[in-house]
Design a protein around this ligand. Sequence first.
Ligand SMILES: [Zn+2]
Length: 84
Amino acid sequence: MGKRKSSRRRPEWTPGTLLDWSGPGHWDFDRDRPCRYCGNPTRLRDGDRKPAHKTCAETALDEQAREAEAAYFRKDSADDDRRT
Ligand SMILES: [Zn+2]
């Protein structure tokens, strides 16, 4: 894992605590399949029933949130030029 910048004020979370995958729909009793993120075998399934480690999915969610946030701020500054 790379270092995270701490300059942004974001709520901290601990890997393994962001998602609740305790339901039976997140567990494949039959076989391991490669995680969609890291490729290592897992019996866990994400919300789309795709194989994924919970920590991998949480990391992906975190990255998506950061990208969405970055896109939001880019859009915001672009709109400054042509404000009505
Ligand atoms: Zn994984």
